[in-house]
Design a protein around this ligand. Structure first.
Ligand code: ARG
Length: 363
């Protein structure tokens, strides 16, 4: 594709798919002002949005410095997605202090002790390219580094557990049946090689090499290796107490930080992630809860989505991105904001929002 053809395609997408933020913010003059190597780099970043016109974002960073290098193109997309005006300065702040706000849903209603809680953060090691630009050797080398860190966690009674690799021929390799079992248990990530957004970006390349998952002994602290980001570090628990969940993640994350080379960060965008939607805290906190009243027993999410939006929450089915509601109105709710909000603010928003939806459900 010549630059002229590419630009023409982007204009077509801009008309037909107004939601595609890459097409919405593509700046022809800026693109043409770049030298050839830079143009090629930018093309690779936005290719996913050109090949997938229905993209919401339509770009994945390939290297940790892309957000600074290509800021004239990426910053407006980031602001648009995260709802930050052009005049507002972006400076990601962090706050992991649970002390000030008790966030125990079980204290509101004992039935809320049943909810399944999950919080994950995305992290990328600064000395490697991001997953879209890694070669097979780099994927395997990164997995090796991570596995060494997990070996230390496994020795620690507070973590224990095991590392499961799906890289063919490695020491911790699990078979297909065990992999499927872990996917069904909502622990392991799905086969990325069927995701067209990730494919075009190169993020799912060399599948399943360099991929795996650490699970703690209590199965409440997990780390994905080689998915959309180098590492997806998460805590999952039942019980309704979001602060306990949050602390589990904080401590595990701190241990890993000490055991691994420095993670990529930016003063503006916080934690550097492949997808611009995850920048900032890089955190997704969610609850799986049953809201049969607000969803007509899981058949219709329209009303719930509308109510949730006013609370700053996004709703999806319990089966993950793009899924429908499960049996009995089982849905996944999660604060939408990532950039410009601290970790604790995200947690607080989830707690307040879940409490408000629960009150509506039972009104
Ligand atoms: N690349 C897709 C798009 O632009 C997904 C964006 C958000 N989801 C994600 N898993 N990063 O629509």
């Amino acid at each position: 594709m010549t630059p002229d053809q590419m630009i023409a395609r982007i204009w077509t997408i801009r008309k037909a798919n107004p939601g595609n933020l890459m097409a919405r913010h593509f700046d022809e003059d800026y693109f043409r002002s770049l030298d050839e190597p830079a143009r090629q780099r930018l093309e690779r970043i936005i290719k996913t949005g050109i090949e997938n016109p229905d993209s919401q974002m339509g770009a994945y960073a390939m290297n940790p410095d892309d957000y600074d290098r290509f800021a004239p193109m990426l910053d407006p997309m980031i602001r648009d997605f995260h709802g930050i005006s052009a005049e507002t300065e972006i400076a990601q702040k962090h706050d992991w202090d649970t002390g000030a706000s008790p966030c125990d849903l079980g204290a509101i209603d004992a039935r809320l002790k049943e909810v399944s809680m999950r919080v994950r953060v995305a992290r990328n090691v600064g000395s490697f390219p991001l997953p879209g630009a890694m070669n097979k050797e780099q994927r395997v080398a990164l997995e090796k580094l991570a596995a060494q860190a997990f070996a230390r966690l496994i020795e620690d009674p507070a973590f224990g557990g095991s590392y499961f690799s799906i890289t063919p021929g490695t020491a911790n390799e699990i078979d297909a049946a065990e992999y499927d079992r872990r996917v069904k248990a909502h622990q392991m990530f799905k086969d990325m090689s069927t995701d067209r957004y990730l494919n075009v970006a190169g993020i799912s390349a060399d599948w399943p090499h360099g991929r795996g998952m650490y699970v703690s002994g209590a199965e409440d602290f997990l780390v994905w290796v080689g998915e959309e980001d180098h590492l997806r570090i998460m805590a999952m628990q039942h019980g309704g107490n979001l602060n306990v969940l949050f602390e589990r993640l904080r401590i595990g994350l701190e241990c890993l930080q000490d055991l691994l080379p420095a993670f990529a960060t930016s003063p503006r965008y916080g934690n550097v992630t492949s997808c611009p939607t995850n920048l900032g805290a890089g955190m997704r906190a969610s609850l799986h809860m049953r809201l049969p009243g607000l969803t007509s027993n899981g058949r219709d999410l329209t009303r719930l989505k509308r109510e949730a939006k006013t609370l700053g929450l996004a709703v999806r089915g319990a089966g993950g991105e793009h899924s429908d509601a499960g049996e009995g109105g089982l849905v996944d709710i999660s604060p939408s904001a990532r950039l410009g909000v601290t970790e604790m603010e995200i947690m607080r928003r989830l707690y307040d929002g879940a409490a408000a939806l629960w009150a509506m459900e039972n009104a």
